[in-house]
Design a protein around this ligand. Sequence first.
Ligand code: ZN
Length: 382
Amino acid sequence: MNMSIPSFLNMYNELISSPSISSSNPELDQSNKLVIEKLADWLEELGFTITLEEVPFSRNKLNLLASYGTGTGGLLLSGHTDTVPFDEEQWTKDPFKLTQQDNRLYGLGTIDMKGFFAFVLEAIRDIDLTKLKKPLHILATADEETTMAGAIYFAKTATLKPDCAIIGEPTGLIPIRAHKGHVANVIKVIGKSGHSSDPEKGINALEIMHQVIARLLKLRNKLKTKYHNDSFQIPYPTLNLGHIHGGDAANRICGHCELVMDMRPLPDMHLEDLYELLHKELKPIMQQWPDRIAIEYENMPIPGYECLAQSPALKQVESLAKHQAETANYSTEAPYINQIAPAIILGPGSIDQAHQADEFLDMDFIKPTDLLLKKLITSFCL
Ligand SMILES: [Zn+2]
């Protein structure tokens, strides 16, 4: 055992005590530097070569790549260093301190997912790295919870070619090989308000939105009948009308209406194609009402991803995890990491606790996770 890095629980606590909140609100957004510096220190201590890169389009955030060994093949263990913001009123524990209670480890990021790095370090500490024949890479990304800028930049610039990538999001140690994408749009209709007694004086935004919604429901049915993937419990792309706001008084012609909706494309649908479909569907109304309809993204669209069921890397991971891979209904960095190597989402803890107050790791995961990580490293790198 390598004693030069802190104990498992001390590393876990240090990661949780280093705030690294990502938020699109600049007042809440924090740099991930504290977490990255700790990981760099520990991994360097274990003999890894560290590369730090500033992530473009981020507020002072870094990606870390740590490599032991060179060349192609081997294994990439990947995670994000940021957390979501927290609701102070709902937390009964200190989010920035590891609290051990009732066989649980509480803290912000315990399962989503700074804790994963403590597991990785603990597993590596026990392995004689000098015996590895293929490289072992550890990737720590920035801004997963907001823009995915860290993973996007890494996928664009990385030159490594591992045989497999594991993303340690909380899957209850069940391998996940695919998820749908997520695209949220805001549709804005600008009408012209006026007194309701004379309809000719205005243009009613609600009435135009009525046309828009009719078209969207048509698109929803097209998506359902045209596209299909049996790996998913809901085997077609969905379209949901989320919320709508418009108008202000019964006696005024509605001057402005906004609809927020989302679509969940299947893995093989490109985001550009989905954009095309939506714009094509609404084009006739946009031509009928020039400059009165705008389609915007509510946040960064995330593509779907799939690691093919017959991929050798997946087969190997399934046999080590003793569990067949499943699909998920949440989004991760996998679409980007999958451009580098077959990416499988697999980590300790339950997704049910992610983004929740009093986030915790069930300590029953500690032993099996440690064992599985050691098996993954030796199986892919020895
Ligand atoms: Zn996560």
